[in-house]
Design a protein around this ligand. Sequence first.
Ligand code: ATP
Length: 231
Amino acid sequence: MLQVEQLDAHYGLFQALFGVSLRVEPGQTLALIGSNGAGKTTLLRTLAGALSARPDSICLDGQDISVGHELDRLRQGIALVPEGRRLFPSLTVREHLALAQRNGRPGAWTPERVLDEMPVLRDLLARPATAMSGGQQQLVAIARALLCNPRYLLCDEVSLGLSPLAVEEVYRLLRQASQSGMALVLVEQNVRRALNASDRYVCLQKGRVVLEGESLQANHHDVAAAYFGVE
Ligand code: ATP
């Protein structure tokens, strides 16, 4: 289980997260909901080791993993699909996949499987990231994370700016990942989609958890109130 206990995060003197606690069970999908600036990206980046955390604030299967960098987290089984994809502009799809395989863990998600699941990438293997559509780039960003064979996949706004068809494709892939036993943490600006795709949800407001529960039982009025900060 991935467990977050009283997590704070800072950018210099600015505090972005205040005592956030939550847990993600293996194989479960958790949606993180909140308006712009609520701290969702900060939380994902802290879990992924891109921002530092106080000791004993992030535990994986009872072991403290708070102190460590992104490569450590990849090897522990936590991978991030970052907001805006962050591909290397000059690297081809093939090079992105090779790099991911080297940094991650061995497992069921091999390049062959990834290409079987995303056949469109087969024709683009030699293409640099910049010469692809947004939807195709997002597939590469997800493929790269899947190739690390994480147990916990953190997805930051993976549908942002994509066509409806591309969004469908991205969510189909995430369902595949979930069905293969991967736990997902989804940051998704479409609250309905976030709740439909998740088992549990956590609402963040100004860096604090203000509401959480089972997604099926979510009261959309309460979630909207938490999202918009209505008292
Ligand atoms: P969005 O939907 O806009 O991405 P978010 O919920 O992901 O919002 P964060 O990006 O985590 O929110 O931002 C949380 C707070 O931290 C905001 O007040 C933001 O201005 C601040 N912040 C984020 N990144 C930095 C940074 N690099 N330096 C300083 N402050 C930052």
